[in-house]
Design a protein around this ligand. Sequence first.
Ligand code: SF4
Ligand code: FES
Length: 285
Amino acid sequence: MSETERMAISTTLEGVEKPVKTVMFRVFRFNPEKDEKPYYKDYEVPIYRFTTVLDALLYIKYNLDPTLSVRYSCRMGVCGSCGMIINGKERLACKTIVLSLNSNIVTVRPLNNLPVVRDLITDFTPFFDKHKQVKPYIIRDDVEAHYDREFIQSMDELMEFMMITNCIKCGLCYSACPTTATDELFLGPQALAQAYRYTIDTRDSGAKERFEAVDTNHGVWRCHFAGACSAVCPKGVDPAFAIQQLKKLLLYRRKKMEKRAPAHESNKPRELLKKVEYPEGWPEQ
Ligand code: SF4
Ligand code: FES
């Protein structure tokens, strides 16, 4: 590995200070092309003050065992790619500081409720299929007619669902959910939270279509309110709350939501469509 590659994967204090300790990583391994069944393999990793679990896994990959497969991208808790089960709990590997686990053995395995592709990588196809089923976008008939206008929404209306917009589709809630574990058709906490988020958006008029998707035996009523989804969410989303609110909407507001007129459009063209004028001397963006 070149020095540039080494620097690119290391956010630890390697080379700046001494490791605090050595931690044993017990890592789930499974290559469907050659392994009959999964197994765990142990690796010793030097740990610095700010070494994350992702740093440790990349240390293993680049120094001890290049066959280890792990998925990641942003390394800053934004892309949602590095979800896995670390010492028994769903976490983002890039946001988990090894020393914060307070353990000399760290067990790492792939997320539950999703097929394993290889080692720590799971196939998110079922997760995103369910996400799509709830139509996670603004639905209204007049979008084309008003393509150059904003639809008016107050700050209070935005704050009603703002928390749910923080979802990064990491799948931690989906893995932690005991209902998803027992019913593979259950839409799951992430998709149901998104159904609620778009249904209460005052710019939307798609409640009827979304209610059809969630008002089923494998939809909102299958949730038993275990709350595991909200407990593991790394972005402060509360899917358990959103699901209960969605149940409430279905029970009390079906008629009201169907009749509700969506927010009217602004009488001004979108500011964003105008060309941005930069001060003289600024480089073209
Ligand atoms: S709700 Fe939270 S845990 Fe679930 S996918 Fe979104 S960010 Fe991840
Ligand atoms: S690498 Fe993007 S969230 Fe961890």
